[in-house]
Design a protein around this ligand. Structure first.
Ligand SMILES: Cc1cc2nc3c(=O)[nH]c(=O)nc-3n(C[C@H](O)[C@H](O)[C@H](O)COP(=O)(O)OP(=O)(O)OC[C@H]3O[C@@H](n4cnc5c(N)ncnc54)[C@H](O)[C@@H]3O)c2cc1C
Length: 464
């Protein structure tokens, strides 16, 4: 049977679904209202093991580990291959020893995944998946006694973090960076080259209806209104997915959350820096702090408190419609602009939060934040590993973390088993092409061009 499949929304979910389905031989048409694919909310952590979330179950962590491995294989040039150092502040109630049990399970799961398929070995040797540092280990490194590659990544940590402000041990884990501008570049470059994909950028879907077992999509492209019939619809509209559910009369519970990460610059930061995490309880003034190094000395900061990354009225839930209503000011931030005073205020607060652990980190510069809204399906706002749900001939992408796109796409393909298939090989994209396009995307989106680069490019055989 010849199937006409529409994907509404070209974020990482819609773009990856289109890539995966097209590679398996399904013809897809992708509608994205913005000028680039993957121009929505940011992503900077791979979450290969969910190690930033103390509160989630081990099953979710294992799922995130497996899904992240698949994501690296699909978007190798978007990965900044540097580990993450996780520290627990003295004021925090948790004992860092509690995290080691989880890490040991994850290490063994990683080992099993490699035994199953050698190409899964994308996070280095399983023995190095994590390493535990006692205070005396940090003091040894401070004296210049380096024993292995992992120790080298600890150098900026011991030289800059106040070692009296944290509990021991400190953990190092192979949790890499994910560069949103490079994912965007890869998705745009690959989809543009696939014969099975028709891309409609700058195109807004205005209405979705179902009549006589066919979906009718009304869309606006280049100022003109068109209608087209499809056999199958993939709703990948991110935080606006509820609008399409509403159009079709499907009831679905979900949260929508608006969040932001801030960008500054610090000339001490270079390619030898790991990401640094200071744990904390989400939503309190001591929420987790994240210090994420970028190329060229740029740094992205999260602090999971309500006056920095989170917002008092930023988490909303469905009521009578499937689309939660986010306060209009956040929609304006997303669609128009965010006022400079508030950006400056929150960036400086983020710097202050990290400065309590990194005393010399005192930057004053602020740039456009990385921000947006995302959905969390169902009733549990702490859910981090979610993929997709279905109605008849209709898939609803519900990822919370970028890494879930592969598992999501596999589930969608199963529903299209009766469609004719003409498999296509995924186009090969070079690192140089990604560098060039990611810089252009970052610049056009109002970010420093350096943010389109990575400090430690992933050396992959597949997508060179
Ligand atoms: C501050 C912040 C930090 C984050 N950090 C991370 C991280 O480190 N790692 C991670 O994995 N995740 C992270 N996330 C979550 C991640 O951004 C989201 O999970 C992910 O972007 C969701 O992708 P999506 O494709 O489902 O939705 P989106 O990226 O929102 O894509 C939906 C697309 O649909 C388009 N669209 C909507 N309606 C229509 C329509 N009617 N017609 C045409 N197009 C339409 C939109 O323009 C948009 O491009 C973060 C989120 C935020 C807010």
């Amino acid at each position: 049977m010849r199937c006409k499949v529409a994907v509404i929304g070209g974020g990482i979910a819609g773009s990856s679904a289109a890539l995966y389905l097209a590679s398996k031989g399904i013809e897809v048409e992708l509608f994205e209202k913005k000028r680039f694919l993957v121009e929505g909310p940011p992503m900077c952590h791979l979450h290969a093991g969910g190690n930033l979330y103390r509160e989630i179950s081990i099953n979710q962590c294992i799922q995130l580990l497996k899904e992240s491995i698949d994501l690296i294989k699909l978007y190798p040039h978007a990965i900044d291959k540097r580990p993450t150092v996780i520290a627990t502040p003295v004021y925090d109630e948790d004992n860092p020893q509690n995290q080691i049990k989880k890490l040991e399970i994850l290490k063994n799961e990683y080992k099993k995944l490699i035994e199953l398929d050698q190409s899964n070995k994308v996070l280095g040797e399983p023995e190095n998946y994590y390493k535990v540092y006692k205070k005396e280990d940090l003091e040894r490194i401070k004296k210049g006694e380096i024993k292995d590659e992992n120790d080298k990544w600890i150098i900026p940590f011991v030289e800059n973090v106040d070692l009296e402000k944290i509990k021991y041990p400190v953990l190092l884990v192979q949790e890499y960076g994910l560069n949103v501008f490079r994912i965007s570049a890869m998705a745009n470059l690959m989809l543009n080259r696939m014969k099975n994909v028709k891309l409609h950028l700058n195109t807004e879907v205005i209405k979705t209806e179902k009549k006589d077992n066919k979906f009718i999509i009304t869309y606006k492209e280049n100022g003109k209104i068109y209608k087209k019939k499809f056999d199958y619809v993939i709703n990948a509209a991110g935080f606006e997915s509820g609008k399409i559910d509403d159009d079709l009369g499907y009831k679905r519970e979900r949260f929508v959350e608006f969040k932001a990460a801030y960008v500054t610059k610090w000339d001490k930061v270079d390619k030898n820096w790991p990401e640094i995490i200071f744990h904390g309880v989400r939503g309190t003034p001591q929420g987790m702090g994240q210090f994420t190094p970028y190329y060229g000395g740029y740094v992205q900061l999260h602090a999971m408190s309500k006056d920095i990354t989170l917002f008092n009225d930023g988490l909303v839930k469905t009521k009578d419609s499937s689309q939660p209503k986010l306060p209009q000011k956040y929609i304006n931030y997303i669609e128009k602009n965010w006022d400079e005073e508030s950006v400056k205020d929150r960036t400086l607060k983020a710097i202050k939060h990290l400065n309590q652990f990194i005393p010399k980190f005192n930057s004053k510069e602020y740039f456009k934040p990385l921000f947006g809204a995302q959905q969390i399906p169902g009733n549990d706002e702490t859910l981090r590993a979610a993929e997709v749900s279905f109605e008849e001939d209709y898939a609803r992408c519900e990822i919370v973390k970028a890494s879930s796109v592969f598992a999501m796409s596999e589930e969608i393909l199963k529903k299209l088993k009766n469609c004719d298939k003409h498999p296509e090989i995924l186009p090969k994209i070079t690192k140089e092409e990604v560098d060039k396009f990611a810089i252009e995307i970052a610049t056009k989106r109002g970010y420093p061009k350096e943010m389109g680069m990575v400090n430690n490019p992933y050396k992959s055989k597949e997508n060179l």
